[in-house]
Design a protein around this ligand. Structure first.
Ligand SMILES: [Zn+2]
Length: 179
């Protein structure tokens, strides 16, 4: 029997519910335990010719081109099932972790660090608190604090910086017990 490589585009996009250019385009086939779509394709004949990759990676490759070594596909919409190429961006693993911190998905010591926490952490450090002290207040690693503080160098950090700036402008007192 002749094995056929699936047509690059049809084999993939038939599993994506495509909407308008701005909507999320959810993957509607198989998912892994993290909620990311899984796409399997036959890359060569034989029992080991199948490879499975994240659907969002494949969506990125099909529309934006090859993913450079060491880069990850990030979701601007924070929806792991989404395959809308307009919602997919490249970043490093570190960017991805920082993005998760900013969006409150990152779990530290079993606790979720919210976006508001991240704003407060940056706020405190900008006002001169030592990173190790801030880390202790929140029960998180000092490296997490420095990640959050360093985040402004990344384009994603803009939102966070805006939030900090807005807060400083309001001159709200620091949360009780952390000033
Ligand atoms: Zn999306």
């Amino acid at each position: 029997m002749q094995l056929q490589l699936p047509s690059k585009h049809d084999g993939f996009w038939q599993h994506v519910r495509r909407g308008t250019p701005n909507q999320c385009w959810p993957w509607v086939a198989r998912f892994n335990h993290d909620g990311y779509g899984q796409f399997s394709e036959r890359v060569r004949r034989g029992p080991k010719g199948q490879r499975t990759i994240r659907a969002s990676r494949r969506a990125y490759e099909l529309t934006h081109g090859k993913i450079p070594l060491g880069k990850e596909v990030m979701h601007d919409c924070d929806n792991p099932a989404c395959c809308n190429p307009a919602h997919l961006l490249l970043g490093t693993h570190r960017d991805n972790i920082l993005d998760a911190v900013r969006k409150g998905r990152h779990r530290v010591g079993g606790q979720r660090l919210t976006r508001e926490d991240a704003v407060t952490i940056r706020d405190l450090c900008m006002r001169g608190s030592a990173q190790k002290d801030v880390a202790r207040m929140f029960g998180i690693a000092r490296s997490t604090v420095s990640h959050i503080v360093a985040y402004r160098r990344h384009p994603y950090g803009r939102h966070l910086c805006d939030a900090v700036a807005a807060r400083l402008k309001q001159s709200q007192p620091s949360p009780a017990g952390v000033s």
